[in-house]
Design a protein around this ligand. Structure first.
Ligand SMILES: NC(=O)c1ccc[n+]([C@@H]2O[C@H](COP(=O)([O-])OP(=O)(O)OC[C@H]3O[C@@H](n4cnc5c(N)ncnc54)[C@H](OP(=O)(O)O)[C@@H]3O)[C@@H](O)[C@H]2O)c1
Length: 326
């Protein structure tokens, strides 16, 4: 079969997508970004992944978030991305903001995990090959490593930028004091921290309660929320049972035991409230995050174009950026 050549929609920047400045930095991110944790592995149909990515880009989503070990198997989401890049998106590289990460287990032995210079450097080289890229826009430390000196992890990241392999740096899931250290360390070396990636959603306010968002705000660092829909809980996906094709039915990252009667009651109440204000539950959940001061973008996942379309509906529901003070 001859695959038609992709041509991005000419009206992709006129579809209503809004872009927010990432902290006090020059770069802007779309209010809704697309994550590749699920739905882009070798186990997923390539055409569906392609349709989701095309739909995203055609609707102003310019930020795509990956990690070395997204799949399954590990590395395969980056490979899918590399294939789509080669087939469809190379002409649009400069319109895209692409991130990857290292920090979780990736390959066996002592050098394929955590935060050593050895691991981060090798991992990013591998990621670039898989993704068919010369550089990523953003490279993250995927998690805090309590056993590697922070200076080692951070200096490796500084050197990654100096070698032209990443334009900006981010950290994900680092605790408050280590984040403060990272902000100071990187600023002193002229490679300031661009963004913090943390889980913030209507069911998990930890980055607010722990002071991460306040620290980002006062330091001019952006904040991007991962799993903004709590992996699908904050949508209509589970209101009437557990669909066979859902993430929860796989029992790996989202367990059936999480869906208690109490939680279902809460979700149904939020759903009714959302509907009475003319929104879906997903839109309400994303709007709640985007209304939090200091949030740059929500990083959604989607297993179909229809889901992504629903989630992008939040853009119209946003009256003004940063309208609610926390
Ligand atoms: N830094 C980190 O440690 C970290 C951790 C986790 C995630 N992330 C990043 O955040 C991204 C998003 O995470 P996530 O996938 O957990 O995000 P999410 O948006 O909270 O959940 C996405 C899942 O929810 C369901 N869904 C989404 N929209 C829906 C809709 N409108 N109606 C019904 N169901 C819907 C789909 O699951 P079904 O399969 O059931 O259809 C979809 O795959 C990841 O891809 C990754 O880039 C980072």
């Amino acid at each position: 079969m001859i695959e038609e050549i992709y041509k991005a929609d000419c009206s992709r920047y006129d579809n209503g997508m809004k872009y927010r400045r990432c902290g006090r930095n020059g770069v802007m991110l779309p209010e809704v970004s697309l994550g590749f944790w699920h739905n882009f592995g070798a186990v997923d149909p390539l055409q569906r992944s392609r349709d989701i990515m095309r739909y995203a880009f055609d609707h102003g989503v310019t930020h795509f978030d990956l990690a070395n070990n997204y799949g399954p198997p590990y590395g395969s989401a980056e490979e899918t991305f590399g294939k789509l890049m080669k087939d469809d998106f190379l002409p649009y590289r400069d319109e895209m903001f692409i991130s990857t990460k290292a920090g979780y287990d990736m390959w066996p032995g002592p050098y394929g995990n955590w935060g050593s210079r050895k691991y981060l450097m090798a991992s990013l080289d591998q990621s670039l090959k898989r993704m068919n890229l010369e550089y990523v826009d953003l490279f993250y430390s995927h998690r805090y490593d309590p056993e590697t000196p922070l200076e080692e992890t951070l200096q490796a990241m500084v050197d990654i930028v100096k070698r032209g392999k990443a334009l900006y740096l981010g950290i994900s899931r680092w605790p408050l004091e280590a984040t403060r250290f990272a902000i100071d360390y990187l600023a002193a070396r002229d490679t300031p921290l661009l963004i913090y990636q943390g889980r913030l959603n209507m069911l998990d306010r930890a980055p607010i309660d722990e002071g991460i968002i306040d620290l980002c705000n006062e330091s001019g660092v952006g904040f991007i929320s991962f799993s903004p829909l709590a992996q699908g809980l904050l949508t209509n996906r589970y209101l009437n049972g557990i669909p066979e094709d859902s993430r929860m039915s796989k029992e790996k990252f989202l367990k059936k035991s999480m869906l208690t009667e109490e939680l279902l009651d809460q979700l149904r109440q939020w759903n009714t409230k959302a509907q009475s204000s003319g929104m879906t539950l997903a839109e309400k959940a994303l709007k709640w995050i985007l209304d939090t001061r200091g949030v740059t973008s929500v990083l959604v996942g989607a297993s179909s174009v229809a889901q992504l379309k629903t989630n992008l509906g939040v853009i119209e529901k946003q009256e003004s950026a940063h309208s609610k003070l926390i």
